[in-house]
Design a protein around this ligand. Structure first.
Ligand SMILES: *Cc1c(COP(=O)(O)O)cnc(C)c1O
Length: 345
């Protein structure tokens, strides 16, 4: 078998949710947009529901429809993009709760689905989604009279605890929502770690559940093991891979492994990247191809059957540093070619 194996530890996922719920000291939801950050919403969402999550968040209505099929009738499913044209049937049939982002969306909602649940998303400074303070002032009394299920906003810089934007957005959110009856939510993973002031009634962790920064104490959730297809001796002066970007200076033994940028192993991280054979680190050589990567295994007594790219030795954030990106992009880039196994449910 040449398929690389992506193992997802659902007990680590559940433990991460549990720890973030303890830190939140309030009701804790779960963000499962983008197929649960690439890890498989059909396995991730039921595991989180079993751990106690009752409020789930997705980006678009279509994701909510899929999630409703997976979770059944119980949990609340909130849609960040709100109520877009053409969404009414999806929202009604799957009983989704759109986070209303504008007066236009509010009108569409009350006309298309009168009396059906909704939430409100406010912009506290990020300028991405949600109503601005002036828009909210105009709509506030009418919207609150219809009893929104949730009023939320999102932090732009929560992964930098000392950033002045955090208290600035906290104040803006408080100014817009102090005194209302509806449950409030401001914090994602980073916001939870900023402390209780940021947690309000419901928190919305995503990346921390999946083992990523800024939740430094997260348990790793993903292991990626890539089979060795072939091992060869390389003489001094010979090259490895496309573009001859690596040239051997000494005699070497090189393993070719069955993964590449088509699997989300970002090509740009090649010059900085390593894989592991048990406890021994092995350098990636030359360019990462679409389906194949060369690895220096000269220092191993026995070439292994597989090499590990993600696991106890290096995290999604280690890979992200090598590629000049963030753990979120490493996870959501993971391709569809892996043999995925889920354990610890
Ligand atoms: C993605 C997202 C989250 C989750 O953020 P993490 O940093 O992954 O915890 C929460 N709220 C909103 C609005 C989001 O878009």
């Amino acid at each position: 078998m040449t398929q690389a194996r992506l193992s997802i530890d659902l007990s680590a996922l559940r433990a991460n949710w549990h720890t973030l719920a303890e830190k939140s000291r309030t009701e804790t939801g779960a963000v499962v947009k983008a197929n649960a950050y690439g890890l498989g919403i059909d396995k991730v969402a039921p595991a989180l529901a079993a751990e106690g999550a009752r409020r789930f968040f997705v980006a678009i209505a279509e994701e909510g429809v899929a999630l409703r099929r997976i979770l059944g009738p119980g949990p609340d499913i909130f849609v960040f993009s709100g109520h877009m044209a053409g969404d009414a049937d999806l929202l009604r049939e799957a009983r989704l709760i759109p986070m209303i982002n504008s007066i236009d969306q509010m009108l569409r909602h009350v006309e298309g689905l009168p009396g059906s649940p909704f939430g409100i998303q406010l912009d506290s400074g990020m300028n991405r989604l949600g109503m601005e303070p002036a828009e909210w002032s105009a709509l506030r009394d009418i919207a609150l009279a219809q009893k929104p299920q949730l009023v939320m906003s999102h932090l732009a810089c929560a992964d930098e605890p000392c950033h002045g934007m955090n208290p600035h957005q906290l104040r803006a959110f408080q100014d817009m929502t102090d005194g209302i009856d509806a449950p409030r939510s401001l914090a994602a993973t980073g916001g939870i770690l900023l402390g209780e002031d940021y947690c309000f009634d419901i928190t919305r962790p995503g990346i921390g559940l999946y083992g990523g920064l800024p939740f430094v104490d997260a348990r790793p959730v993903v292991t990626l093991s890539i089979p060795v297809i072939q091992v060869r001796e390389v003489e001094p002066g010979e090259s490895v891979g496309y573009g001859n970007s690596f040239i051997a200076r000494t005699p070497m033994r090189v393993a070719t492994i069955a993964g590449g940028y088509a699997d989300g192993i970002l090509r740009g991280m090649g010059p900085n990247a390593y894989v592991w054979a048990g406890e021994t680190r092995c350098k990636i050589l030359g360019r990462i191809s679409m389906d194949l990567i060369g690895v220096d295994v000269s220092h191993l007594e026995q070439p292994p059957e597989a090499l590990e790219l993600l696991g106890q030795h290096q995290s999604i954030d280690t890979l992200a540093d090598w590629a000049g990106t963030i753990g979120y992009e490493i996870l959501t880039s993971l391709g569809t070619r892996y043999a995925r196994d889920y354990h610890g449910a």
